[in-house]
Design a protein around this ligand. Sequence first.
Ligand code: NAP
Ligand code: G4F
Length: 326
Amino acid sequence: MKRALITGITGQDGLYLAELLSAKGYRVFGLIRGQSNPKAAVVERLVPNVEIVGGDLTDLPSLISALEVAQPEEVYNLAAVSFVGLSWRQAELTGDVTGLGVLRMLEAIRIYTGGDMSKVRFYQASSSEMFGKVRETPQVETTPFYPRSPYGVAKVYGHYMTVNYRESYGAYACSGILFNHESPRRGYEFVTRKVTRGVARIKLGLADSITLGNLEAKRDWGFAGDYVEAMWRMLQQDEPDDYVVATGVAHSIRDLLDAAFGHVGIDDWSGYVKQDPRFMRPAEVDHLVGDASKATKQLGWTQTVDFSQLVTMMVDNDLELEARAG
Ligand code: NAP
Ligand code: G4F
């Protein structure tokens, strides 16, 4: 029975990955921070056989202890301050968790393995936000980075630390450069979920508008359930490497609004959407679209859910949740 440790298990991707690994017969350990984190109960309810271990990416000794408890062959480092908007307001924390946290996890593995880092395979959750003000379109593994937020800068640091530990210590360390991926488990602060929940509430008569920022930005949106499959496949290769994971299709926030409102029979949403500078970013990433040819060719990875199916799934889920909440 293989053993895996997942940081960020309470997040969107952590839950999908825990389900995937459990279904594959893994013994799954999930790192949870805080002394009484209410999300531990959610993890235990959704993936009952996950074993919870305490720890925090800002605390190296706790990461070493977690490794000693879990004794994993695979570590998936998904924990981060992941909301780009927040990263300007809490830039130091973002650097500490999203950036330095990667170094701490790698150091914990180096100490735990007594220097033979090839014994534990490591996945780093890198991000298309690293491409920021894009240097070429579509973006591939070799596209130069130009991050536009404290979050993006921290992810570039984590990415290069992962590469550096591979090159310096022979670590089996992979960096997955994942484009935006969403699901009914997406946090409410992200634009897809904010829109699908807002549309559900408007349809049910519980709200009369959604307030957003920039409607022109474009993102390459895929389904989180598909993307955790790519993470796992990366760690099953003979050699560690870095991969872009994306759908290859970009949509604007306006397209998202068309799809979500359209699904509930509202064709003209202009009267339901307000804009507020509070939701604009100091520096925007205008247009991300990835080319996942390498992941397709080497990992045999493909998406199973397209943009329209994703939005439908999320709106339907929110209609059900909001109707129940009343
Ligand atoms: P998410 O839902 O925001 O989950 C973030 C996780 O990090 C939560 O479990 C959170 O725990 C944990 N965390 C935060 N600070 C921590 C700390 N100091 N110590 C330990 N854990 C901490 O994020 P996600 O969407 O699942 O994304 C997973 C990873 O992929 C993140 O690293 C994100 O930056 C990256 N990524 C995401 C996307 C995407 O589109 N979803 C794309 C590219 C890369 P609490 O629940 O206790 O707060
Ligand atoms: O949904 P978002 O907040 O996601 P963003 O910034 O692209 O980041 C997500 O994807 C990254 C991968 O590229 C991850 F690394 C990161 O952890 C996170 O999961 O915003 C998407 C776009 C932006 O251009 C933003 O300006 O939507 C625009 N937007 C417009 N109005 C809004 C809003 N975003 C949010 N969150 N809220 C709004 O009201």
